[in-house]
Design a protein around this ligand. Structure first.
Ligand code: ADP
Ligand code: MG
Length: 398
């Protein structure tokens, strides 16, 4: 789960990371009022969306007075901001953060990620801040400092000092840098984050180490341990299909293709998507309905997949190990009676009680296209989508 910049800054500042003065606003008037309340001469108005790259897209504006703040806000509120991280549909701006403009001497990149190879939290930093990490690694790979943290002892002072040294931080600021690194590390570890990114972390003209931007992502499976973090969820920033799925306990990722997928098991769902592509189609989604595919769950899955207007065929691929094919088949039949599905439906069942499952599908009288192998299922889905979009015209295979 992602959170907003202003929220990540508040979280990190509770762990000792220094941030500039700032305040949240829900309207242009409130933004101007908040800036006046804060004092100072120049402010940065920042669109709060769950994506980076806002600066280049017009979502970060330097303002010198009330009028400029209001004008900057009016150009943001209610609009969709499209950055290279949002995709072409952009993300809606409903909150802005007004921050004191600070004099920047140096910009540093600082990231904390989970490194799967070493199974450790890894610190990634570069003296080339302000650029995206992908660009830094393409253009200035030698500037990147990587350091993994030994979980038994945590991030020790000497290790943090070594990173500061490699970034060329002057000795007088080493202690502030160490505090920043340790604050981020503790926030990451204690709150089950999967990513913390400060880009840029700056050295100011008056010699402070400040986080000017902040991004945090949390492990959705650990959110139950951190109700104060779960509360920060902002559904306006999520793909509506994905938030609906999350509310129903299904694991769904929306994609751009047009063959909807209903599969049990994440690995099988991935293989199904690959096979669809191999057969010349494009999956509309990843959906893992889990091991116990009850009729209710299958119906929920159909509703969810069909809510995507791009879906022109649905492929149900179930391998029943613990599950039973007859049970799943009943679920499919029930779902098709309850949910309006006006596109071809292709079902491939394998595993426990497969014969009974096939019988149920055949007896249902529903125009379900059946397949025995995964390849066959994918090919039939692709040809069903290409040849015709109407379920009613499909021939029922024996
Ligand atoms: P994004 O990464 O989404 O573009 P940032 O928060 O990193 O947004 O802001 C973009 C740039 O704007 C920063 O790299 C920095 O140069 C400048 N900036 C952001 N906040 C401030 C601030 N409080 N004072 C001065 N400059 C800022
Ligand atoms: Mg940034």
């Amino acid at each position: 789960m992602d959170i907003h910049e202003y929220q990540a800054k508040e979280v990190l500042s509770n762990f000792g990371v220094e941030i500039p003065a700032g305040a949240l606003a829900y309207s242009p008037e409130q933004a101007a009022y908040r800036a006046r309340e804060m004092g100072g001469e120049k402010w940065i108005v920042k669109a709060q969306i769950h994506a980076g790259g806002r600066g280049k897209a017009g979502g970060v504006k330097l303002c010198a007075d009330d009028q400029e703040i209001q004008a900057a806000c009016e150009a943001m509120f209610g609009r969709k901001l499209v950055t290279h991280q949002t995709g072409p549909e952009g993300k809606g701006i409903y909150r802005v953060y007004v921050e004191a403009a600070v004099p920047i001497d140096r910009e540093i990149y600082l990231g904390f990620v989970l490194d799967r190879t070493s199974q450790r939290i890894m610190i990634v930093a570069s003296a080339e801040g302000g650029m995206e990490i992908e660009d830094i690694s393409a253009e200035k790979p030698d500037s990147i400092v990587r350091s993994t943290v030994e979980p038994a002892v945590g991030l020790r002072d000497f290790q943090a000092r070594e990173i500061a040294f490699k970034l060329g931080i002057e000795p007088g600021l080493t202690q502030s840098m160490v505090r920043t690194l340790q604050g981020c590390y503790r926030a990451f570890r204690d709150l089950d984050a999967t990513m913390v990114e400060i880009n840029p972390l700056v050295i100011t003209g008056d010699n402070r180490v400040l986080a000017l931007d902040a991004k945090m992502t949390f492990d959705g499976n650990a959110l139950f341990r951190h109700p104060q973090i779960s509360e920060l969820r902002d559904k306006s920033q999520e793909d509506p299909r994905e938030s609906r799925a999350a509310d129903r306990g299904l694991s769904y990722v929306g994609l751009d293709g047009n063959i909807g997928c209903i599969v049990n098991g994440a690995g099988l769902a991935m293989a199904t998507m690959d096979t669809i592509k191999l057969a010349g189609g494009e999956p509309a989604n990843f959906l893992d309905i889990g091991g116990g595919a009850t009729p209710e769950r299958v119906a929920k899955a159909f509703r969810l997949v069909m809510s995507d207007k791009n879906v022109q065929a649905v492929l149900v691929n179930i391998f029943a190990g613990i599950n039973r094919c007859d049970w799943v088949a009943e679920g499919v039949v029930q779902a098709l009676k309850e949910v309006q599905v006006d596109v071809p439906v292709i079902v491939r069942l394998a595993g426990t009680n497969v014969e009974e499952g096939q019988k149920i599908l055949a007896k249902s009288g529903l125009p379900i296209i059946r397949a025995t192998t995964l390849m066959e299922a994918a090919e039939r889905s692709v040809s069903a989508w290409k040849s015709d979009n109407s379920l009613n015209l499909k021939v029922i295979s024996s």
